[in-house]
Design a protein around this ligand. Structure first.
Ligand code: NAP
Length: 256
């Protein structure tokens, strides 16, 4: 049986997506940097859901990370019918002040590895009777976000790439969906150095489990775009129709 490959599965939305798929009896391949956490989670998921789980501890922000994942799949003889590109992070601050390693790593992880994994795995996905790509973007993709400029731009890349793939793949056995969550209770805010808006964000936050449940249903329905939560959906759709300066000003005031 084919596996679901999930990046960034050691916590947050990635782990919730893994559990959601395991509950649907899907075997899993989990990737993140924290090997020990992954080992423990894999063992819990195997016990709870009676599915096969294997893990790969690696830094997906490293150059050629996607090729290394692909080599691992081939050498282990794994075939994949669900690719979830979830690993990603943001870093708050003025554009020129983002530390160099965060700056390069964010582009590599959020865009380059994601795009390469889609490209490398597509031939394998197309061999399946039915297969899915789920790329994780953000509501930040729908307008520029001052002080999260690079992050928002990487997520806009994911949104446009995935919508394009969805069109290209029509008539094949594969569908591509873009998941754009709004604030979600995970390690993201601390990782992004966004402690200053934590209280405010938490008021509007969804749980990772609720996001994952909506995401997997949308993915299985082949939806090109999945925006969980009415407030998130409304804010993303409004940003598409009002003059750009309005949502950008709101975003600037929210994050400064
Ligand atoms: N939470 C939100 O409010 C929110 C909103 C919109 C979109 N998102 C998006 O949702 C996705 C998941 O984020 P989250 O909220 O679940 O954040 P999280 O709790 O920080 O989880 C991020 C996951 O990615 C993994 N990861 C980070 N850097 C990695 C690297 N270099 N190589 C391999 N794995 C790496 C982490 O594991 P290790 O640390 O073990 O590597 C972890 O499993 C991201 O793409 C994020 O941009 C989040």
């Amino acid at each position: 049986m084919a596996y679901a490959l999930i990046t960034g599965a050691s916590g947050g939305i990635g782990l919730a997506l893994a559990r959601e798929l395991a509950a649907r009896k899907h075997d899993l391949l989990l990737i993140a940097r924290s090997g020990q956490t992954l080992e423990k989670l894999a063992s819990d998921i195997r016990q709870q859901y009676r599915v096969k789980v294997d893990i790969l501890a690696m830094d997906l922000a490293a150059p050629n990370a996607a090729q290394a994942v692909f080599n691992w799949l081939q050498s282990s003889n794994y075939s994949v019918d669900i690719l979830v590109n979830n690993a990603g992070f943001g870093s708050w601050g003025l554009y020129e002040e983002i530390p160099e390693s965060e700056f390069q790593g964010m582009m590599q992880l959020n865009m380059v590895t994601l795009a390469n994994l889609c490209r490398l795995l597509l031939p394998m996905l197309k061999k399946q009777e039915k297969a899915y790509i789920l790329n994780v973007s953000s509501t930040a993709a729908y307008q520029a976000v001052p002080t999260l400029s690079l992050y928002a731009a990487t997520k806009a890349f994911v949104l446009v790439l995935t919508r394009g793939l969805n069109w290209e793949l029509q008539g094949t056995s594969v569908s591509a969906s873009c998941l754009s969550p709004g604030p979600t209770t995970t390690g993201f805010i601390d990782r992004a150095n966004l402690g200053r808006i934590k209280d405010r964000a938490e008021k509007f936050s969804m749980s990772a489990e609720a996001v994952a449940n909506i995401a997997i249903k949308g993915m299985l329905a082949g939806k090109p775009e999945i925006i969980p939560g009415l407030t998130n959906w409304l804010s993303a759709k409004l940003a598409e129709i009002v003059p750009k300066g309005i949502p950008e000003r709101i975003a600037r005031n929210l994050y400064k």
